[in-house]
Structure formats: structure tokens, C-alpha cells
Write a protein that binds this ligand. Structure first.
Ligand code: ASP
Length: 451
């Protein structure tokens, strides 16, 4: 059986709903369908999730909410109307939004998550109604009833391991299951969402829980490309990545798949197939386990870049002789609840790279203060506006001179490398550059390795 997920662009209007239904109906193995909230219909459109976030802000600030509610409901209304569905579904959706506001939790992050979840929840109800209208035995399934339990990290939750056994019971259902992506429930019964784009994660969890033969992830591109098509003109389509490669690329800024979506399927080796709702005949890109992947003909299969990092540079003369220095430094971050990304080091220096979004100014000030006060260092500097550029490919392990070629490409483009880091898996090399250099760096590396 297949678990199949549709992203926001596949759910944006009635035309897209029809394509989704056709794809689902065309293959009886597609038993579990995970849906996103309606996304953008064009360049200047707004995603329903973003509308719901602004509505939640208006509620919090005591503003006039009528317009915001109408805006959200009308997105669903126009889909329902064009699909010739009974109007009652639109009243149900309006009542749902109003009730989330009326029964809101005092704590804003809880309320915000319950509002954000309304996007996928109502999308799933609408898709189930439409599939029924086309004679399918479809059923909307609520994540709480199915047992999708998450940590209480509002807006950034993770699945609780006990969910898997509970979700497995979905296999007993004879219906075509329509499951809203992006959210689950805490053990206390609150709605909790994953981070943005998290419907991909729901799909991965369901594919793992049900031991699916494949997790099909439908989006709006025929393939995953070797680099961002907004940066590089007509980049190479890549038909196959390994989990490790895709994980590195998603982490490094490829937005085609949420970076946590592969974790649930990774240990089971369930293949993921990224496909295009607008061109369902295209085979798409497969993401498979390393031992199922053919030997790579290219050393590099993808180049990604992401902005918005800061680096804390710590210098202490004779650092390498001090036992426990690294642990104490990282403990300071742990005490502030900050996760770090990388820690390149030298003999007397260590740098900690952190996503700016994980480290608000007050926390950063406390961290630098504690480092100064407790670690007796010579200097602590914070550098903002940093980007990381990732060169990814399983073939790099066996190839000589990749770093040299990359450095030469940076040199030709006049880009200063602040940091180089190669993980022990050798599936990627990461470069730290200034934010402004991120795009030129991707172009330069693409020219070197693909053109
Ligand atoms: N609708 C959510 C978002 O825009 C989740 C998703 O689409 O995967 O982030």
C-alpha cells in the first residue's frame, strides 16, 4: 500500500482538488492520503496557513476578526462551490474557525497552533467530501482518534514513539483514509503542530507506522533538481537521492521536502517518491536507502544554501589542553534551551553555529555573558548574517579533490569562505559564507560541478 501526501499547491483550488482526486482514484494501492492546507494559487496569493496566523494575531491583539474569518472561509467556499459540494460543508468550516477562537487557550502558542491546524483539518474534510461525491468510500480521520501524539513543543513538535503502534490500527480500516497533515495532539489533548511545511512529516510518520511500500509526496515539480531553479537556470534533474543526501539538502535549504520527513521512514528503508500533481506521469525523484542506490556517476548530486545563521566565536589560549571545555561551553547553550548546528574548532578556538531563529537576542546576550563569566576565555565574538552552503553527494567519499575544486570555484567568484566543515559521513561538505554570498556561491559551485 502507498501513503500519498499532497502539498499546499496541490490543494490550492478546485482544479487542483480534481487532479488530486484523479491521482488517488487511479491507483487502489493509494490507501492513505495526507493533505496540506490550500496554498498559493499564484505568485501574489496568500496561503491559508498564513491567513490563519494573521487571524490568530488579530485575535490576540483584540482587533476586528470578521474580515479575517471571511477571508479564510471564502478560500474553502470557492473550492466547495466549484466542486459542486453541498453548502453545509462551508457552514461547518466557518463554525470550526469560530469555535477555535471562542474556546481558545489563554496561552498564545497553544491558541496559535490550534488555529494553524485548522488549515489542514478543514482541507482534509473538504477532500473527503469531494471524494465521496465521486463515489469513493473516503473517510476523514482525525489525528487524535488515530493516535498521533506529539511533544508539547508548540509550533515545532516531534512525534512521540507510542504513536506508531496506535496509528498502525488504521490498516484495519476498509475506507480510503483522508488525514490532515501538519498537526497532532499532546498527551494533554492540546493541538500541536510541526514546524512549517510539516505535512511532509505527517506523511513520513504514517508511511512508517503502516509500513507502506512507498511514500509518495506530490508537489509541483517533476523532479528534485541539483540546485534551486530560482538561482540556477534549468538545473539538472536528479532521479534518485539517498536518504542521507536528501536530509543534508533539505537541511541546507532545499524546500521541496521538510528536513524531518525522512526520519520516520529511514530505519525501515521505505522509499520516498517526490512527484508532480500537475504532471502525474512523470516518474519523479526517488529517495532510497544507501544500499538500494546505484553507484553515483557524479561526485556531487546537489548544492543547497540557507541563510539566517549566527556564529559565536570563542578563543582561549591553550584551549586544547583544557579538559571539559567543549562540554561546558555547550552546556551553557543547553541551559538556555538552544540547539546548535555545527561546532568547527581549531587548537585554541571553537565556533558554534546557530540558527538565528533559535536564538533570540536576550538568550544570545545571556549565553555570551555566561561564556565570559565562567570559561575564562580571551574573546567571544558574535557574527550575524551568516549562510551555509552545502555540497552534497555520496560519490564524494571516493573522489579526490572535491574540496579543492570547490575552493577554486569560490576563489573565481571572489567569495570569502568563513568556515569549512566536513562531517564524518563524507556525504557533504559545508561552507560558511556571508548571507550576501550565498546565491553567487551556489552558482559558482554549480558551474564547477555540473556545467
Ligand atoms: N500548511 C502548513 C504550512 O504552510 C504545513 C504544510 O503545508 O505542510 O507550513
Amino acid at each position: 500500500m502507498k501513503v500519498i501526501k499532497f502539498g499546499g499547491s496541490s490543494m490550492a483550488d478546485a482544479k487542483q482538488f480534481k487532479k488530486v482526486a484523479n491521482i488517488v482514484i487511479s491507483d487502489p494501492e493509494r490507501r492513505v492520503v495526507v493533505v496540506s492546507a490550500p496554498g498559493k494559487r499564484g505568485e501574489n496569493d496568500t496561503k491559508v496557513t498564513d491567513m490563519l496566523i494573521s487571524l490568530a494575531e488579530t485575535v490576540r491583539d483584540g482587533g476586528d476578526i470578521g474580515e479575517g474569518i471571511d477571508e479564510v472561509v471564502s478560500r474553502y467556499e470557492s473550492i466547495a462551490k466549484d466542486l459542486k459540494l453541498d453548502r453545509s460543508i462551508v457552514f461547518t468550516i466557518r463554525a470550526d474557525i469560530i469555535s477555535r477562537i471562542a474556546n481558545r487557550n489563554e496561552e498564545y502558542p497553544k491558541f496559535l497552533d490550534s488555529m494553524k491546524a485548522a488549515g489542514e483539518d478543514n482541507s482534509a474534510k473538504l477532500m473527503a467530501a469531494y471524494l465521496k461525491s465521486r463515489g469513493q468510500n473516503a473517510e476523514y480521520v482525525n489525528p487524535k482518534d488515530a493516535g498521533l501524539y506529539l511533544t508539547t513543543e508548540f509550533g515545532n513538535a516531534q512525534v512521540l514513539p507510542e504513536s506508531y503502534a496506535l496509528l498502525k490500527k488504521l490498516l484495519e480500516k476498509k475506507t480510503l483514509i483522508i488525514f490532515p497533515g501538519f498537526f497532532g495532539y499532546s498527551k494533554d489533548g492540546d493541538v500541536v503542530t510541526f514546524s512549517r511545511g510539516g505535512s511532509d512529516v505527517t506523511g513520513g510518520i504514517l508511511a512508517a507506522a503502516l509500513n507502506a511500500d512507498v511514500y509518495e509526496n506530490f508537489t509541483d515539480v517533476d523532479f528534485v533538481y541539483a540546485a534551486n531553479p530560482h538561482i540556477v537556470d534549468k538545473p539538472f534533474p536528479i532521479p534518485l537521492f539517498t536518504y542521507e543526501e536528501m536530509r543534508e539538502l533539505s537541511y541546507g535549504g532545499f524546500s521541496v521536502l521538510h528536513e524531518e520527513a525522512l526520519a520516520p521512514v529511514y530505519s525501515l528503508g521505505i522509499p520516498v517518491n517526490i512527484r508532480n500533481t500537475n504532471n502525474p506521469d512523470a516518474p519523479g525523484t526517488f529517495i532510497v536507502a544507501d544500499d538500494k542506490a546505484p553507484k553515483s556517476t557524479f561526485p556531487v548530486v546537489g548544492i543547497a544554501a540557507d541563510k539566517g545563521f549566527l556564529t559565536i566565536h570563542v578563543y582561549k589560549y591553550m584551549m586544547n589542553r583544557e579538559i571539559g571545555f567543549g562540554r561546558r561551553l555547550l552546556q551553557i547553550l543547553e541551559e538556555e534551551g538552544i540547539s546548535y548546528e555545527h561546532t568547527p574548532s581549531g587548537i585554541d578556538s571553537i565556533s558554534v553555529i546557530i540558527r538565528e531563529s533559535n536564538c533570540p537576542k536576550d538568550k544570545l546576550d545571556r549565553v555570551t555573558e555566561k561564556i565570559r563569566a565562567t570559561l575564562n576565555v580571551n574573546s567571544v565574538n558574535v557574527v550575524h548574517n551568516q549562510a551555509i552552503v552545502m555540497l552534497v553527494g555520496r560519490g564524494m567519499t571516493k573522489s579526490v579533490g572535491i574540496a579543492a575544486r570547490a575552493a577554486e570555484a569560490f576563489n573565481r567568484a571572489g567569495i570569502n569562505i568563513n568556515m569549512i566543515n566536513q562531517g564524518s559521513s563524507e556525504v557533504s561538505i559545508m561552507f560558511g559564507v556571508e548571507d550576501a554570498d550565498a546565491k553567487p556561491a551556489v552558482k559558482a559551485l554549480y558551474e564547477e560541478f555540473f556545467d
